[in-house]
Structures are given as C-alpha cells and as structure tokens.
Write a protein of this length. Structure first.
Length: 74
C-alpha cells in the first residue's frame, strides 16, 4: 500500500512540475526564467515535504487502526 501511495503522489508531483514548465517557461527570458526556476524548486521542495509528512501520518494512523483491530480480536 505504501508503495502505491508514494507512486501516486510522485506522479501528481511530476505532473505539476511539467504543467508549470510547459505553461510558463517558454514565455520567460533571462531573470524571469531564473526566478521561475527558483520558485519552482521551492514549490517542489515544499510539496515533497508535505507529501512525506502526509504519508507518515497515514501510515501512523493505519498502524493504530491495525493495532486496535488486533486488540478487538483478542
């Protein structure tokens, strides 16, 4: 399950990267292109951190539910 979730999130992130570059970069020159690249790198970094945090939270919650289910079976 973890691998599936990570794959889906990575594909979403990849799609967003492509969309930003395909939409904006061809119209930008020089300093504008550099600023876009810097903003893009920060966005990707922030999104990656958020996704990693979300994955950790989901798996922590899953572990709690599984533990509770095991206790209920006793």
């Amino acid at each position: 399950m973890r691998e599936d979730l990570e794959y889906v999130l990575s594909q979403c992130l990849y799609s967003m990267r492509l969309e930003i570059f395909h939409r904006e970069l061809p119209n930008m020159k020089g300093e504008q292109a550099l600023k876009l690249k810097e903003c893009h790198q920060k966005l990707i970094s922030d999104l990656t951190t958020k996704m990693q945090d979300t994955i950790q939270d989901l798996f922590f919650e899953t572990e709690i539910v599984e533990s509770l289910n095991e206790l209920n079976q006793l």
